[in-house]
Design a protein around this ligand. Structure first.
Ligand SMILES: Nc1nc2c(ncn2[C@@H]2O[C@H](COP(=O)(O)OP(=O)(O)O)[C@@H](O)[C@H]2O)c(=O)[nH]1
Ligand SMILES: [Mg+2]
Length: 364
């Protein structure tokens, strides 16, 4: 399951600094993922997962393959982009295929780094970005409506319903609401999926905070400064700290974080929240050949999880052997786990849990 997150924001807010830090620390491993897009603006980031190391120990395998998330560094969006300012908004097409949007907001104070709007005002900056995203969606919508109106005239039920949704969405966007805030039911969202509306995507806020504040700043404080509702995902990150971390060994990184009073890196936090935002979880496969993490939707059934590995696994699914990763590690082997009755046989209806180690039986 490919997860792509688009990084958007005004110029000079720290997007590339963050992107480089996230991806450079992983650059060496990127060769592991030949199926990933080769594009300088797309970075492959391994999902940190301590369960993999523990499983590696007990399976005595050499090969560990973490789950990955791709980040896309979208060129700076400026006020008026929808009217052609800056690079215009053509490049927003890059984010239409992304699963989620990470909006980077500047909160660090550094007089040496120019602010495009001269002053630090996170709420205003957020509104500028979101206005441009909304205007881009409005352009998409209006273009499509010119066609859908004549299609709907034919009286075809689906085409009428399609056009009605666009009619409903238009005033919402015009009033400055994100498409995701328009209260469409899942059916309606599904119907207009072909539009790839940017503001219909799940959104999280990465607030680039100065390193002196990163340990003490409260998410609630940032949320209110940004004028965001309680359910918005707000992640304080110091791009500078993340950039510093790149050159450190794991031990050095650990003590650097501790000195700053931080429990985890911004990368960890961002990825954790992204999984939450997208309703994702991880299951694992572990054998002598390799230990590997796979990303799957929460609520996925065993065959759907198998389908992440290969569509044939899903089609020919018979059953799955399932063991919790901790039980596996504590028992030291699959055989012991089986003796203790901790290895279960599950069928088609089984709902996969985070941390399940699974082995699929299928017919081809
Ligand atoms: N002091 C400070 N400067 C930063 C931080 N993040 C980025 N910068 C600086 O801000 C400038 C713009 O950063 P960049 O990542 O290129 O911004 P982008 O235009 O959003 O991609 C660069 O000079 C960075 O070194 C930060 O957390 N603290
Ligand atoms: Mg940049």
């Amino acid at each position: 399951m490919d997860i792509q997150i688009a990084i958007v924001g005004l110029p000079n807010v720290g997007k590339s600094t963050l992107f480089n830090a996230l991806t450079r620390s992983q650059a060496a491993q990127a060769a592991n993922y030949p199926f990933c897009t080769i594009d300088p603006n797309v970075g492959v980031v391994e999902v940190p997962d301590e369960r993999l190391a523990a499983l590696k120990e007990v399976t005595h395998t050499q090969k560990v393959i973490p789950a990955i998330v791709e980040f896309v560094d979208v060129a700076g969006l400026v006020k008026g982009a929808s009217q052609g300012e800056g690079l215009g908004n053509q490049f927003l097409s890059h984010i239409r295929e992304c699963n989620a949007i990470a909006e980077v907001i500047r909160y660090f104070k550094d007089g040496n780094v120019t602010h495009v709007h001269d002053s630090l005002d996170p709420k205003r900056d957020r509104e500028i970005i979101e206005t441009e995203l909304i205007l881009a969606d409005l352009q998409t919508l209006e273009k499509r409506m010119a066609k859908s109106i004549s299609e709907a005239r034919g009286g075809d039920k689906d085409k009428v319903a399609y056009h009605a949704i666009l009619e409903r969405l238009k005033p919402q966007l015009e009033s400055g609401k994100l498409a995701i805030q328009a209260g469409l039911e899942d059916e309606g969202k599904e119907l207009i999926r072909d539009l790839h509306l940017i503001t219909m995507k799940p959104l999280m806020y990465i607030v680039n905070v100065g390193e002196e504040e990163i340990a003490t700043i409260q998410e609630s404080e940032l949320r209110s400064e940004l004028g965001l509702p309680a359910e918005a995902k707000v992640i304080p990150v110091s791009a500078k700290v993340e950039a510093d971390l790149v050159s450190f060994t794991p031990e050095e990184a650990q003590s650097y974080l501790a000195d700053l009073g931080l429990k985890e890196t911004g990368l960890h936090h961002v990825i954790r929240e992204a999984y939450e935002l997208l309703g994702l979880q991880t299951y694992l496969t572990a054998g002598e050949k390799e230990v590997r993490a796979w990303t799957v939707k929460k609520g996925a059934t065993a065959p759907q999880a198998a389908g992440v590995i290969h569509t044939d696994f899903e089609k020919g699914f018979i059953k799955a052997e399932v063991i919790n990763w901790k039980d596996f590690v504590d028992c030291g082997s699959e055989v012991k786990a089986k003796e203790k009755g901790l290895l279960r046989m599950e069928g088609k209806e089984y709902i996969v849990k985070d941390g399940d180690v699974m082995h699929f039986r299928f017919s081809s």
